[in-house]
Design a protein around this ligand. Structure first.
Ligand code: ADP
Length: 151
């Protein structure tokens, strides 16, 4: 059976930490769908959603096993609709763990065919967070080292 995994997140912006998780996931799964959760009525992103989709697509241009999609529904429903049987999340620290633990229990309840798989961050990317990158970018700092594309 084909192993399809979704990697859901806000990706505001998509970082080297996310990129590392996707590259490692390609060793485990046949296909990885990067799903950007987005509510078009809220519009509360910092980086434009269409810009982020095109930047991520650019990163995986030569890799047909990676797809980028935007979704506006429960992650468990998005998994059913894409026929994904795995959900990937990255873990940096115990704060991530506490949050992810709760979410994964709920996702299991909502979709019992979906297995959440956690990958521990590579040490060189452990300190990278989209929140901090947004703040640095907002005040004109250079964030290029933390992104797998140019912005
Ligand atoms: P969300 O808003 O759903 O938390 P994010 O875009 O912040 O989405 O993150 C998506 C996933 O990537 C989460 O599982 C998060 O823990 C993980 N992640 C974020 N930054 C890193 C990093 N530097 N290394 C590994 N995983 C990360």
């Amino acid at each position: 059976m084909k192993k399809t995994a979704i990697f859901p997140g806000s990706f505001d912006p998509y970082t080297m930490g996310h990129h590392d998780i996707v590259l490692r996931s390609l060793n485990l799964f046949d296909e990885v769908i990067i799903g950007i959760g987005y509510n078009s009525t809220k519009k509360n992103r910092y980086f434009d959603i269409d810009l982020m989709v095109s930047k991520i697509e650019e990163v995986y241009q030569g890799e047909s096993r990676v797809k980028v999609m935007v979704y506006n529904e429960l992650t468990s429903t998005f998994a059913k609709n894409t026929k994904a049987n795995f959900l990937i999340r990255g873990l940096r620290n115990t704060t991530d763990f506490e949050y992810e633990n709760t979410i994964s229990q709920m996702n299991r309840y909502l979709n019992d065919e979906l297995e959440t798989v956690f990958l521990i961050t590579s040490p060189q990317y452990a300190a990278i967070s989209s929140t901090v990158i947004r703040e640095v970018h907002r005040y004109g700092g250079n964030v290029s080292e933390f992104l797998p594309y140019t912005i």
